[in-house]
Design a protein around this ligand. Structure first.
Ligand SMILES: O=P(O)(O)OC[C@H]1O[C@H](OP(=O)(O)OP(=O)(O)O)[C@H](O)[C@@H]1O
Ligand SMILES: O=c1cc[nH]c(=O)[nH]1
Ligand SMILES: [Mg+2]
Length: 212
């Protein structure tokens, strides 16, 4: 598994504003989209391409295009939905599937309450969107599910990750070069409620309001 923390002043600045508890939802949503676009530039470096001839106004040449099947983008509801627009702006031909997953904040068990994905993911390069990687329970289940469906590779784009969550995914996929993690920030730790410190709070709530 490869872990990449995108080190760039644009990313650091936007993450800092996102962390601020006084940043209102509309700004939070806008920054989330902008950050995804920056991270997606790195995360899509290994998207498969094919060459094909084309004609410019001046001459014939060979162009480079996404290969088929096109990349599949999978936001994890709710919070991952806030990242979708930023991703599809960069990869407009991508297909989109959905996984609805929620962490029980008391037990930390994960429930999958929605799934809308192609039945067969053979040959697909999958890009999972979820702003927060905390204990890793959610992404662990999502990655397992996508490989069981036949995905070729799974690249997770997250805004903030805790070392505990990264370690969990390392323990499950350490030797597996099909798994790639692209982050805006690696934070200090989890607190006693398994929230990321310093983090940004509950990403879903900050994007869309309180869930309960
Ligand atoms: O690494 P973990 O410990 O599994 O926690 C991370 C998960 O928690 C958040 O979702 P949440 O369950 O709050 O759902 P929401 O997006 O509907 O708010 C977040 O978006 C991740 O999916
Ligand atoms: O810090 C955290 C941990 C889990 N989910 C969030 O949205 N934030
Ligand atoms: Mg939440």
């Amino acid at each position: 598994m490869r872990v990449q923390v995108v080190d760039h002043p644009l990313v650091s600045h936007k993450v800092s504003v996102l962390r601020d508890k006084n940043t209102p939802s509309p700004v939070f949503r806008q920054l989330t989209e902008e950050l995804v676009t920056l991270l997606a530039y790195e995360a899509t470096r290994e998207v498969r391409t094919v060459e094909a001839e084309l004609e410019t106004p001046v001459s014939k040449t060979v162009g480079t295009y996404f290969a088929k099947p096109t990349p599949l983008v999978v936001p994890i509801l709710r919070a991952g939905l806030g990242m979708l627009e930023g991703m599809t702006r960069l990869v407009p031909t991508a297909e989109v599937g959905f996984l609805g997953m929620a962490r029980n904040e008391e037990t930390l068990d994960i429930i999958t309450y929605a799934e809308r994905l192609p039945g067969d993911l053979t040959g697909r390069q999958v890009f999972v969107l979820d702003p927060m990687l905390a204990t890793g329970g959610t992404l662990s289940q999502a990655i397992k599910f996508l490989f069981e469906r036949g995905a070729d590779s799974v690249t997770c784009i997250c805004l903030i990750a805790a070392p505990e969550g990264i370690a969990r995914l390392e323990s499950e996929h350490g030797d597996d070069d099909r798994v790639h993690l692209v982050l805006a920030a690696r934070d200090e730790r989890l607190n006693e409620k398994s929230y990321i410190v310093p983090g940004l709070g509950d990403a879903g709530d900050r994007l869309y309001g309180l869930a309960h």
